[in-house]
Design a protein around this ligand. Structure first.
Ligand SMILES: *Cc1c(COP(=O)(O)O)cnc(C)c1O
Length: 389
């Protein structure tokens, strides 16, 4: 079976974990701040707050930005449900901005149109969460400009995008956002088994993230309401959670960070091989412009249901041949839980079209040439009387 993505764990990774198992710290110890420092230095951002998943990271990012009941949060419908669930956890209302037909990221044009309308109605969002689908950054400069004009905050859901760049800056630099969130789930670019990190340049937001990560508790005297009555003293100031990353996970993250650039490079090579192998076919290939360096978490092809071609039959054929392709993603508004909120499919024509046509084919470090060839040959086999090429 060839999965669409998977982790890459070396002997070095394993030995690093064994060393921590023999140390004094199993839960959050010295390895977590070390991991945070490595990731923040890599991204060129001031602070990193490691958490036990990107889902937790998105949740506390919303809380740190003050999202609560009565607030509105917008995101892309072509994403994992965590991108919008985070707002619902805070009691806010969610709405979606349709995607761009070429990048499959949130459309800046649709965003602007929706903002103009929302301003007239007095229902502007407090936070917008652009998602860097497949590891290719959204047009953050334009989204940032709109945030200044319409007064919303920005959380980048960069779950797919550690190691990617936009306008020669690493994703995670937070130049165009308040907080950026990474995921270290095994299918993503680097892994800590489960895990994530919130990046920010804002000291105040950073302190709030730390607090929400651990029960809403502070041990900093300057943040306390009362005078400490001893060295044991701490105060709970908010209703926080236990979202900490442990030292075993953090040391795996440290070890994986050493390989991040080579992982991303290999993913870029695979993507470029696919581009060559598919060239001249009727398959829509992922497009990338010069301002982006993608981390290629996903390689999404689109097969439109005409000329005798059919996405579903290609998908089934790949699965039947042991190629575990997938569809990223079912538009979030289509989920039964979200359908209760009365979203209308016709409000998202580009997302609907995307959902009919997309397949994520395998891309991960270690994918062999032979496997790539197999995937290509299965896709290019004749369909009835019609050949794809
Ligand atoms: C994977 C993913 C998440 C959630 O990540 P976890 O670390 O599994 O919580 C959120 N958003 C997007 C876009 C993702 O792909």
């Amino acid at each position: 079976m060839i999965p669409y993505s998977k982790q890459n764990i070396s002997e070095e990774d394993i030995n690093a974990i064994i060393d921590v198992l023999k140390s004094d710290y199993l839960t959050q110890g010295p390895k977590t701040p070390e991991f945070e420092k490595i990731v923040s230095t890599y991204c060129g951002v001031k602070y990193g707050c490691a958490v036990n998943s990107a889902t937790s990271g998105l949740h506390i990012a919303c809380l740190a930005l003050g999202v609560g009941k009565g607030d509105i949060v917008w995101t892309s419908p072509i994403s994992f449900v965590a991108s919008s669930n985070c707002a619902l956890y805070c009691g806010a209302t969610v709405d979606f901005v349709d995607i761009d037909s070429l990048s499959y990221n949130m459309s800046v044009t649709s965003l602007e149109e929706k903002l103009i309308l929302a301003k007239k109605k007095g229902i502007l969002p407090k936070v917008v969460i652009p998602v860097h689908l497949s590891g290719k950054s959204c047009d953050m400069e334009k989204i940032h400009d709109l945030s200044k004009e319409y007064g919303f905050k920005i959380i980048e859901d960069a779950s797919h995008a550690i190691g990617a760049s936009y306008k020669n800056q690493k994703v995670g630099s937070c130049i165009y956002s308040d907080i950026t969130v990474f995921s270290f789930h095994p299918v993503k670019i680097i892994t800590t088994c489960e895990g994530g990190m919130c990046m920010t340049n804002d000291e105040n937001l950073y302190n709030l993230l730390l607090r929400y990560r651990s029960h809403g508790i502070t041990r900093h005297a300057e943040e306390m309401k009362k005078k400490p009555d001893g060295l044991w003293y701490y105060e709970q100031l908010n209703l926080g959670f236990n979202y900490r990353l442990n030292d075993l996970q953090s040391v795996l993250g440290i070890s994986q960070m050493k390989k991040l650039d080579s992982f991303v490079k290999e993913r870029n090579i695979i993507a470029s091989d696919y581009n060559d192998l598919f060239s001249g076919s009727q398959i829509d290939l992922p497009k990338i412009n010069s301002e982006n360096y993608s981390s290629w978490h996903l390689y999404i092809i689109r097969i439109s249901n005409n000329n005798g071609l059919n996405r579903n039959s290609v998908f089934e054929k790949l699965r039947n041949n042991g190629i575990y392709v997938n569809v990223h993603y079912i538009p979030i508004y289509r989920q039964p839980y979200y359908q209760k909120m009365n979203f209308k499919l016709e409000d998202y024509p580009e997302s609907e079209k995307f959902y009919e046509e997309a397949i994520s084919i395998p891309v991960f470090p270690g994918l062999e040439d032979q496997q790539k060839q197999k995937i290509i040959s299965i896709i290019s086999e004749p369909f009835g009387h019609q050949n794809l090429f």
